[in-house]
Design a protein around this ligand. Sequence first.
Ligand SMILES: [Zn+2]
Length: 356
Amino acid sequence: MSRRRAASRSVVHLATLVTVALAIAACGGGGDDASEGSVPTGSSLPAGETGGTGGGADGTETVAPAEDDGHQGGAETITITKEQFDELRLQVLELEVEVDRLQVAAGLTTTGETREATGEDAGAEEDAADTEAPEWSYDDVERWGELAAEFSACGEGDEQSPVDLAGATGIDLPNAVMRYQPADATIIDLGHTVQVNVPEAGTLELDGTTYQFTHLHFHSPSEHTVAGDSWPMEWHLVHRSADGALAVVAVLVEEGPAWPAFDLLITSLPIRQDVEDVVYGEVDVAAFLPEITAAYRYDGSLTTPPCTEGVSWSVLQGTITMSAEQMEAFASRLEGPNNRPTQPIGDRVLAQDLSA
Ligand SMILES: [Zn+2]
């Protein structure tokens, strides 16, 4: 991890810890006293920190601290009301702004300087942060290959993504095995997408290879198309094997009823770009999947520079719905569409798994 990313993570850490401290102070040092003022009653902090006996009242919710390296055990939870939650979140944001301002003043970082090189490849992204990868945007999507030597695959590669899915060959393929569990997450607005990192989310087993889930991010409109038709949104669930190979599961989105799992991410959207923030609750990757997980399968690439090939793609045949408001919450973070045009399939096999 680069020093800059480490620094921004510490900011989140510091802000979270200070907020917890503020909450403890606001509760008057513990107990179940009905506090006056802006902090609602019924809050419960860990007994070890407050001496209180806890006990959540109606309308409370339990929030696991994002990271608690500073504590032993790691199983502490804080029960707060929604109102209290919003107040704490506001305090965190204010503190983040203040810490960021101090960092800029101290010359540690410059706001907006940390735009990352790739949405798909979390590892390369961390490496790239130290070497100031070239800037790119969707305005020059046809010229990505010319922007830098390390982006050459974007122009010269012959197994690129995304592709149009029409004309796929129906085959009964072995099913992918997804083993996901709820886990702590962070969220970052990279400018060209919003990325949700869930490093402990679980694994994907595909053709005998086990891939660890790393993160999900979105494209609007969709990158994959069928006979030229696109969807309003597409989520990419990115996985990495022990030897660095990538497998991406793509989920296409239709407009319709809200998909509840996205609400947690929307609530946690950072105010500012390029600062990694905590997601206020555990993220279960399985909650973002459609019922039908049979997929279109092909070998492709990252759809953002450096367009690295050797990525195993599974575009799910089942789709999910999101409300227009939910999609707008994410899409409004972009300056414009963030879908790379489809690339020629060439000699590749495009398979449609029939074992739905
Ligand atoms: Zn993507």
